[in-house]
Design a protein around this ligand. Structure first.
Ligand code: NAD
Ligand code: ZN
Length: 364
């Protein structure tokens, strides 16, 4: 299955399916005239799938860069290690840099590719569900620093995204569910019929890793993201809708700390529930729609706001994290809210007293 990201001369294909790795060599040849590929991966992915990738790349001259796993790699040190390895191996701009891993490896590798000799061809082969439906598409690359997450980075589009759903067989269920939150998000933003399909059983089959269900849900998700990115590559407008649930989620993540207590996707799942609960409470959206969202998540044992009491005990600090969100401007809080399932919109100038009262009311 193919999805195209329509960005003119910087457009690219997303190739999706079980066994897609078998097509990697063909697709890669078109973007790698030199026949040389640097693969950046983490230790876990390398141990589990390194041989499968090496097999798929047997016609290429490959240079492996294996990094420890974890968010810490999105740092100056991680970047320096990748760049250093590329220089030592004598790579140049006719060679391809390929990210083989989750969002951490994708973000780090994409940023390294963007600055390596002012930009080397970059390919994404994502291995987590979150990376397959979200981070590998759209060209946002970044590392973190002391001032926050993803604050040093570039918009740098890949030349190709190849998604092999077979790679998900080894992914822990907790990570599958974290990725599923982003899938639900696309339905809630502007694809109500997709949300209905997920609710009617597609969602359960995705969590069970049914191959057809994965292909379908990942294809719709990538098409949804590709659509938004094609309209607004640099997030001046509609791309902000992709942040549905995310201002709440980021506040939860900040309270929880980035030590693994709460995965990003877990926070997003609860954040989607909160965006609908807050929309219903402020009469922007029917209560029935908010109920449907919560029921869907609960039925699939996905986290909702009700599971977050541990992180919602101090409404003032949740509020202060929400005030620091990147989307805000001019001292006003901007949230993505919904009129209904599939009818999201950007709401600048959210009434702070109303938001504070909500956070107060849901605090345990
Ligand atoms: P991750 O890259 O840390 O991967 C999660 C864990 O799964 C890691 O321990 C990894 O080693 C392991 N893993 C990966 N593939 C596996 C497989 N097939 N089988 C078994 N284990 C596997 O986390 P993630 O959730 O994929 O990505 C999170 C990162 O993505 C964050 O840094 C976030 O900022 C970033 N992100 C970026 C964008 C974007 O647009 N660029 C969007 C969303 C998130
Ligand atoms: Zn997200």
């Amino acid at each position: 299955h193919e999805v195209r990201v329509d960005l003119g001369s910087r457009g690219y294909d997303i190739c999706i399916g079980g066994g897609a790795l078998a097509h990697l060599a063909d697709r890669l040849r078109a973007v790698t005239p030199s026949g040389r590929v640097a693969v950046v991966t983490d230790e876990t992915v390398h141990a589990l799938h390194g041989e499968a990738l090496a097999g798929a790349l047997s016609d290429f001259q490959t240079h492996m860069i294996v990094r420890p796993e974890g968010e810490d790699q999105k740092s100056m040190e991680g970047l320096d290690a990748v760049l250093d390895s590329l220089f030592r191996a004598g790579f140049d701009r006719s060679d391809t840099v390929l990210a083989f891993g989750g969002g951490v490896i994708g973000d780090l590798t994409g940023f390294a590719a963007s600055v390596f000799k002012r930009g080397a061809p970059f390919v994404q082969v994502p291995t987590t569900l979150l990376a397959q439906v979200d981070s590998s598409v759209g060209g946002k690359t970044a590392i973190n620093n002391a001032y926050g997450k993803n604050l040093v980075g570039a918009f740098y589009q890949p030349r190709l995204v190849l998604i092999d759903t077979d790679l998900l067989s080894t992914l822990p269920l907790r990570q599958i569910k974290a990725g599923y939150a982003e899938i639900v998000k696309y339905g809630l933003i502007d694809r109500p019929e997709f949300f209905s399909a997920l609710d009617d059983g597609l969602g359960k089959r995705v969590l069970d890793r049914d191959a057809d269900a994965l292909r379908e849900a990942i294809s719709v998700s990538c098409a949804a993201k590709a659509d938004v990115v094609a309209q607004d590559e640099r997030e001046g407008g509609v791309r902000a809708l992709l942040n549905l649930g995310h201002t709440f989620a980021h506040a939860l993540e900040r309270v929880a700390g980035y030590g693994g207590a709460l995965l990003h996707g877990e926070a997003v799942s609860a954040g989607l529930d909160m965006a609908f609960e807050f929309s219903a409470r402020t009469t922007l959206c029917p209560q029935l729609a908010a109920d449907r969202v919560r029921n869907h998540l609960t039925r699939l044992s996905m986290p909702t706001r009700l599971d977050m009491s541990h992180f919602l005990g101090d409404p003032d600090s949740v509020m202060s994290h929400m005030r620091q969100d990147k989307k805000n401007s001019g001292g006003q809080i901007t949230l993505i809210l919904c009129h209904d399932i599939g009818r999201s919109f950007v709401h600048p100038g959210v009434d702070e007293a109303e938001l504070a009262a909500y956070l107060e009311d849901i605090a345990p």
